[in-house]
Design a protein around this ligand. Structure first.
Ligand code: HEM
Length: 505
């Protein structure tokens, strides 16, 4: 058959009509089901083409057009995004149980040990047991107190390394990797009794393997996999995504099993693994190796980078606001003086330091969209229907910067928190409800101690005239696009209190 121009035109017209019909019928169907408003979508992929990183900015723009409760489709998956305190309150009070599931993504399959870890598992008895285990056996006040010397030692090492560079004059220091090493070493010494970053490594080959796997796990666990939402891509294992995750998981699992076996042979370290192994002796059917490995991986993935990026944001905001830094230093000097180092017991008294941390969480939440939830039943949010198995995202970042919620929301003003606790559902760096972060206590201690010590022991300035660039990059936790570099100079207290150990750090 000859393909003429009129033939092509008529073919094109029929095709366009078909698309318009699909679009219209979907719109009518959407409205009839009273789903939250959504932008125009494409057949099959839904709104995937609109989803640009960083997600919190994309959804913030959409919510300004569609309102604080909106929906999009990731392929066949319905996603509801909420961006107002009242919608958040509805989600985590009236609907808290219904919305307490987690979506079954490829990342959660591998790094969530087949959806059995506390982050990945669905709401129910198993999840409840793990949460209890975490709060009683791992993150309780007495266990956190027991690990105080680790946090003090690691902060001391950070201070001494900075002192080596800046004992006599201002020196340029890169802070991102230092803060990241700090949190990883604190967490790994709590878990396994060893350091994996910097100096004094027990086994450098193992440490290198560990560091490589952690980096890959952060990349793999955070990347969203289009195949999670387009089943056809799953069949053909789109870009080998799943195979790659399976491989990283296998290597990680082997390393963690090695750690557990090592602690089974030598019980002298008094680490979390030793404690979990002693529980395994009395209840072997529950505290299996898989459960222990799942707990370790969760603490590594949820508890390290989150605190590190928070400290990096806080330091960036402080060097951009010398007047805030000066006030914070005056507070520390007034309460602690220049003869001893700040310790965790001091943190409660340091209300301005606490306000700086809250203001950092407000402007730069490490998990700007929290962690995705999933609905186990039909429910309503903001008067719209939310069917079972909908993925729920909370745009904490947008609420933290909403001018209807906060005065002058884009300015860094710790004073707004000096009055004490924030009421309502306005500030949510750790989420709300049953699935809220169980690591708040540990995070507050690490961030508070490290930040307070950096303020007490050093003068800080920007590298040049320009303010530190505060743009966000992409990642599992909200990173700074450019790693923070700043000028620092040791204060007298460093000479008095810490210089003795400066040469061995
Ligand atoms: C600055 C530090 C941290 C921030 C900003 C943070 C933030 C969050 C957020 C937003 C969630 C999700 C809440 C939700 O689903 O609605 C979460 C969950 C979680 N966090 Fe944290 N977190 C931090 C530190 C930690 C630490 C130190 C640990 C543990 C040692 C930890 C362990 C967890 C776990 C296990 C969950 C999952 C809870 C569940 O699904 O039941 N986090 N965190």
């Amino acid at each position: 058959m000859e393909i003429t121009l009129p033939y092509i035109y008529s073919y094109f017209t029929v095709f366009s009509l078909l698309i318009a019909l699909i679009f219209l019928s979907e719109k009518i169907h959407h409205r009839r089901r009273n789903l939250p408003p959504s932008p125009p979508s494409l057949p099959v992929i839904g709104h995937l083409h609109l989803i640009k990183l960083p997600l919190h900015r994309t959804f913030h723009k959409l919510s300004q057009i569609l309102g604080p409760v909106l929906s999009v489709r990731y392929g066949s998956q319905l996603v509801v995004v909420v961006s107002s305190p009242s919608a958040v309150e509805e989600c985590f009070t009236r609907n808290d149980i219904v919305l307490a599931n987690r979506p079954r993504t490829t990342g959660a399959k591998y790094f969530g040990y087949n959806y059995t870890t506390v982050v990945a598992s669905p709401y129910g008895d198993h999840w409840r047991n793990l949460r209890r285990l975490m709060s009683v056996e791992i993150l309780s006040t007495s266990r956190l107190n027991g690990f105080l010397s680790i946090r003090q030692d690691e902060v001391g090492r950070l201070l001494r390394r900075l002192y080596q560079r800046s004992s006599t004059d201002f020196a340029k220091v890169e802070m991102k990797s230092r803060l990241s090493d700090l949190t990883f070493n604190v967490v790994m010494r709590m878990i396994a009794g060893k350091r994996y970053y910097g100096e004094d490594l027990e086994n450098s080959a193992e440490a290198e393997e560990f560091r490589e796997l952690v980096t890959k796990a952060f990349m793999g666990g955070g990347a969203s996999n289009p195949a999670d939402f387009l089943p056809i891509l799953r069949w053909i294992d789109y870009k080998g995504f799943e195979k790659n995750l399976a491989k990283i998981h296998e290597r990680f699992d082997k390393l963690l099993q090695g750690l557990i076996d090592e602690h089974r042979r030598d019980k002298s370290k008094n680490s979390m693994i030793d404690h979990l192994l002693s529980l395994q002796e009395s209840q072997p059917e529950y505290y299996t190796d898989a459960i222990i490995k799942g707990l370790i991986i969760v603490i590594i993935l949820a508890g390290t980078d989150t605190s590190a990026v928070t400290m990096e944001w806080a330091m960036s905001l402080l060097v951009n606001h010398p007047e805030v830094l000066k006030k914070a230093r005056a507070e520390v000097d007034a309460h602690i003086g220049q003869d001893r180092l700040i310790d965790e017991h001091d943190l409660d008294k340091l209300t301005y330091l606490k306000a700086i941390i809250s203001e950092t969480f407000r402007l730069c939440p490490a998990a700007p969209m929290l962690v995705p939830h999933s609905s186990s039943d039909d429910c309503t949010i903001g008067g719209y229907n939310v069917p079972r198995d909908t993925l729920l995202l909370v745009n904490a970042w947008a609420i933290h910067r909403d001018p209807k919620v906060w005065d002058d929301p884009t300015s860094f003003k710790p004073e707004r928190f000096e009055g004490g606790e924030v009421e309502g559902h306005k500030l949510m760096p750790f989420g709300f409800g049953r699935r809220a972060c169980p690591g708040v206590g540990l995070a507050q201690r690490i961030v508070g101690l490290a930040l307070g010590s950096l303020i007490q022991c050093f003068e800080w300035e920007r590298v040049g005239e320009d303010p530190v660039d505060l743009s966000e990059g992409n990642g599992l936790t909200m990173p700074k696009a450019e790693p923070l570099e700043a000028m620092c100079k040791a204060r007298d207290i460093m000479k008095k209190v810490l210089s003795d150990g400066a040469n061995d750090a």
